[in-house]
Design a protein around this ligand. Structure first.
Ligand code: AHR
Length: 324
């Protein structure tokens, strides 16, 4: 059975259960907290680890999870959220693909008195009562850190620094924050010029595709920096650079976001110059929030997960193993 058929079947089961009177009482030891989780897709190594963290933390916390993969389609996320509402789960969590378009379905969850936790990416809404809590990365800060690395790296240079940007999914919080933070860190430093920017959807195949296009359009000597919004796109771009006889990390400075093991290895060997961490291991914090919200505790409205930066100026031996 393929993924699409499996998703359809599990949604059908959920709807059937609720149609058969699947109303739940208050969660207790015999009837655990039920969490409906809508994951946006499986586009990157980061996302695979994030899904693993969510599912394994649920298991450890004794929380029953109904997990749906939306395969990069917000319509699938809305469908999943509606199925969780129909099933009367205790709490819903979801990682929104893009920032807008959620008010109506979240209004339905609110009317059904089901609290919602926003995870990883943020939503853009004028009504903060539509969610109970948000646990996200500070994508704007990640973008600033990328810019600040360049200020240091090119501090002695007088001539223009030309930059190519591989951006993440359009209208998603990480793409917005990483672009804005980066530009603001460089604002006022006229020598930096972003000469090309394209949305690569956080996918390795698109990183390859776009880097090829860049090399068709520009001479390699005219590109100083590649700023990539995630590791998978970076890996695709590195393949293309190597095939063209260009040494990544030496001929072109590379900044990547995520900090998977492979990108940290690349940093150690000089293939990448700066790696900004985006932490996918939010599972335990999500489960803690879910439990506290279901038991009526007050929780912070917005929490940022902890993240750091690794670059060629730091102590590369002390970077802990990433585990993914
Ligand atoms: O929302 C987090 C971003 O989404 C990660 O940087 C990226 O790898 C993922 O696809």
């Amino acid at each position: 059975m393929n993924r699409r058929a499996r998703t359809a079947l599990s949604l059908a089961c959920v709807l059937l259960l609720s149609a058969c009177g699947g109303t739940r009482g208050a969660p207790d030891a015999k009837s655990p907290v039920v969490l409906g989780y809508s994951q946006l897709g499986d586009e990157s190594s980061w996302r695979t680890q994030n899904s693993f963290s969510i599912k394994s933390a649920a298991k450890r916390a004794g929380i029953k999870i109904m997990f749906e993969d939306a395969m990069q389609d917000p319509a699938n996320q809305i469908k999943a959220l509606r199925s969780f509402i129909a099933y009367k789960v205790d709490v819903i969590a979801f990682s929104p693909l893009v920032e807008t378009g959620w008010d109506m379905v979240l209004g339905e969850a609110k009317a059904a008195r089901i609290p919602v936790i926003i995870v990883d990416r943020m939503i853009d809404t004028a009504d903060e009562s539509l969610y109970a809590a948000a646990l996200c990365s500070d994508f704007y800060l990640e973008g600033r850190k990328a810019g600040e690395f360049l200020l240091r790296k090119f501090s002695g240079r007088e001539t223009p620094v030309s930059i190519v940007e591989l951006a993440g999914t359009a209208f998603s919080t990480p793409a917005i924050g990483r672009s804005e933070g980066f530009r603001e860190a460089l604002a006022g430093h006229g020598k930096f010029e972003i000469r090309f920017s394209e949305d690569g959807d956080f996918m390795q195949s698109k990183g390859r595709e776009i880097m090829k296009k860049v090399l068709d359009r520009f001479e390699a000597e005219d590109i100083d920096v590649l700023y990539s919004h995630n590791d998978d796109m970076t890996f695709g771009a590195i393949e293309v650079l190597r095939e063209a006889g260009i040494a990544p990390g030496r001929d072109i400075v590379i900044i990547s976001v995520d900090a998977t093991q492979r990108s940290v290895d690349y940093l150690r060997e000089g293939t990448v110059n700066c790696v900004i961490e985006c932490n996918p291991n939010s599972g335990p914090q999500v489960m803690d929030l879910a439990r506290r919200i279901v038991s009526g505790e007050k929780v912070p409205k917005k929490t940022f997960v902890r993240e750091t930066t690794f670059d060629e100026f730091g102590d590369l031996d002390s970077i802990p193993a990433r585990g993914y």
